[in-house]
Design a protein around this ligand. Structure first.
Ligand SMILES: Nc1ncnc2c1ncn2[C@@H]1O[C@H](COP(=O)(O)OP(=O)(O)OP(=O)(O)O)[C@@H](O)[C@H]1O
Length: 620
């Protein structure tokens, strides 16, 4: 029996979507590579429909011919034929399931790959403004729904049309009066089915909403950071209560759904008995009047039963098709998201990189009307170490993100070796730049694999050399499984300082020409502080490398060839430590405030956290 409802979303605000021609053409293109399978599906459906049609006719021949004539040979033949037809029908059904699944999974495979690839080309802005749960849900749930589109919408509908048409034709050929009565009976089961279909659809939709609420909640509160937050604010009870609330609603909806299903089967049960009863009653009269044979009446009741499911399913076909198209459209929405950072068709490949960086009148906004970087111009010569300092929120991270082209400047240009980043191949920019950010991300994999992310073909010796240079080798060796130790999700099994040294080792392995480094500000014990310091020295000491450091350590600042001081996105001072101190401006003020041990500084009348982060005592 076909399905009478669909669980596809009808898009936003529950409005019925319209069938758009371009969507249909696009969907059609996804199925095109599977045309051979589609032909086989149609063949299977045709064969199955034909075989199914034969069964009632076999009964009719048994009742009308074989038994009255006492023809045992024919009786045997017909009985064997019935069984053979049933076996063949079953085999064709198995074949059809394989083909349906193959097509459905094929389309899913293609779309999933396409979507994942597209998401990786999206800009960082997309990831900072989209909930991870939403992305996951599109890639998982929506794509998974596609199997149902193939099985329910395409194959079932085709099946149902064929069965309904062939059965009706055969019925009319057998006896037009009984056929007419049968057609008059159809609304009897179409109407309740439609009603139940609608109820079920609504219940399913509500269930889906609750399900996604529940998984969002779990995703947020059961992630390491989320769980940490819940614990530190002792909000477990609230979270459990919130969860229970949604969970209870879910339970209610599931029960409702089961009951709707039960009512539905009750109706179907009654009608499947009532329909044949009417046929027997009317057919009985015709047999008594000797207008038709008994076999015809029996065959008719079998045909009528075959007609219920397909016709009722076809009554809901519109919902199915609209739902399927809506599902595809939701996926297209993601596939059509414009790429903010796109490579030009004639983009140049960077060759023999020197590592010179120029900012030319760069202005940048995340959102309209708020400049985060304003008219910024500076040059970093190849091999220089430049320290970027400034109060929190002054735009240091933003500036550093413009160099690997994570964002494009709103105005002005960023040049690498004299070439506008926008004219260069994205891959070749990425290959030249290494980033060590404040928050280190590690995959849930072994330490070795995490380090190798910087250079997939690195030998074990190279990995160890990098770990030694980053002063993390000893620690790794002291772990029971050494380099094969699996670090937890996001590397939560390592301390902050250890993670940062891992990140440094990873970048050392990559060996980029340009290094962007955000020194950690979190308080570390003197031992790991020392380790990191040595690792950083190693990283920056190679003079063939250009380094831009968001500096928080005095030693880094003192070692820098140039210090750039940012304030509200503007470059307010630039020069050496002594030079800047002598100017007695923002840098000197930040330096003095820090020296006095006050982590905060009054700027523009507001109190702001100062993030040059020089530690007390380092000045002595
Ligand atoms: N993705 C974003 N969308 C909108 N605004 C942002 C975004 N990222 C940063 N900002 C804003 O841009 C300004 C500069 O942020 P940025 O992170 O560059 O400062 P920073 O100097 O690195 O600060 P900190 O030292 O605290 O890390 C801040 O006011 C911040 O609120």
């Amino acid at each position: 029996m076909g399905r009478f409802y669909t669980n596809y979303d009808w898009g936003q605000n529950g409005k019925k979507p319209e069938l758009k021609k371009e969507s249909l053409v696009r969907i059609y293109r996804y199925f095109l590579p599977y045309w051979k399978f589609l032909i086989w599906v149609v063949t299977c459906i045709l064969v199955a429909a034909g075989l199914a049609l034969l069964q009632p006719l076999f009964i009719k021949w048994i009742v009308d011919t074989a038994i009255p004539d006492g023809d045992l040979w024919l009786l045997n033949l017909l009985a064997v034929s019935m069984v053979t037809a049933a076996i063949l029908q079953g085999l064709v059904g198995v074949m059809q399931t394989y083909l349906n699944t193959r097509i459905g999974q094929g389309v899913m495979f293609d779309i999933r790959n396409q979507m994942y690839g597209h998401l990786h080309r999206m800009s960082i802005r997309f990831f900072t403004s989209t909930k991870t749960g939403d992305i996951m849900s599109r890639v998982n749930n929506d794509v998974n729904g596609l199997q149902q589109v193939v099985t329910d919408t395409i194959a079932q509908s085709l099946n149902n049309v064929l069965i309904s048409v062939t059965t009706l034709i055969t019925m009319f050929l057998l006896d037009w009066r009984l056929a007419l009565v049968s057609i008059l009976l159809l609304p009897l089961f179409i109407l309740p089915t439609r009603k139940v279909g609608k109820l079920n659809y609504d219940a399913k939709k509500q269930t889906q909403v609750r399900m996604s609420e529940l998984s969002s909640l779990m995703q947020e509160t059961l992630s390491v950071s989320g769980a940490l937050l819940v614990k530190s604010f002792v909000r477990q009870d609230d979270e459990v209560r919130k969860f229970a609330g949604i969970n209870r609603e879910l339970m209610r909806l599931q029960i409702r759904q089961s009951m709707i299903g039960r009512w539905f089967f009750m109706f179907v049960g009654i009608i499947s008995t009532a329909g044949p009863a009417i046929i027997y009653w009317y057919g009985g009269h015709l047999v008594i009047d000797e207008n038709i044979t008994l076999g015809t009446v029996i065959a008719f009741t079998a045909f009528l039963n075959r007609l219920y499911g397909p016709v009722a399913a076809l009554a809901n076909i519109q919902v199915n098709i609209l739902g399927s198209v809506a599902l595809f459209e939701r996926l297209f929405e993601y596939l059509d998201l414009p790429l903010e950072i796109e490579e030009k068709p004639n983009a140049r490949k960077l060759q023999d990189v020197q590592g010179r960086i120029d900012f030319q009148h760069v202005t940048f906004r995340y959102q309209a009307e708020r400049d985060v970087v304003r008219d910024l111009s500076f040059t970093i010569e190849p091999g220089q170490v430049v320290a970027l300092v400034g109060p929190s929120g002054s735009g240091k991270t933003t500036v550093s993100n413009l160099i690997p082209r994570l964002y494009d400047p709103t105005e002005g240009r960023v040049l690498l070796d004299g070439q506008d980043l926008r004219d260069l191949e994205l891959k070749s920019i990425g290959e030249q730049i290494g980033m060590v950010t404040q928050e280190t991300f590690l995959f849930h994999a072994s330490i070795r694999d995490n380090l190798r992310y910087g250079k997939p073909d690195a030998s074990d010796e190279e990995v160890i050399a990098a770990a030694k240079a980053a002063h993390i080798h000893e620690l790794i060796q002291s772990l029971p499984e050494g380099y094969d130790t699996v670090v937890g999700e996001r590397g939560h099994k390592l301390s902050g300082g250890e993670k940062q040294r891992m990140a440094i080792a990873r970048v050392l392995l990559k060996g980029p020409k340009i290094l962007i480094l955000d020194e950690a500000t979190s308080a570390l014990d003197s031992h790991s502080e020392h380790g990191i310091q040595m690792a950083l020295d190693e990283l920056m000491s190679q003079r063939s490398r250009t380094s831009l450091v968001i500096a928080h350590r005095l030693s880094t600042i003192l070692a820098a060839d140039q210090i750039l001081v940012l304030e509200e996105g503007r470059l307010v001072e630039a020069g050496y430590h002594e030079e800047l101190l002598a100017q007695n401006g923002l840098y000197a003020s930040l330096y003095r405030q820090q020296f006095e041990g006050d982590g905060d500084l009054a700027l523009d009348g507001k109190r702001r956290a100062v993030r040059i982060g020089v530690k007390q005592g380092e000045f002595e």
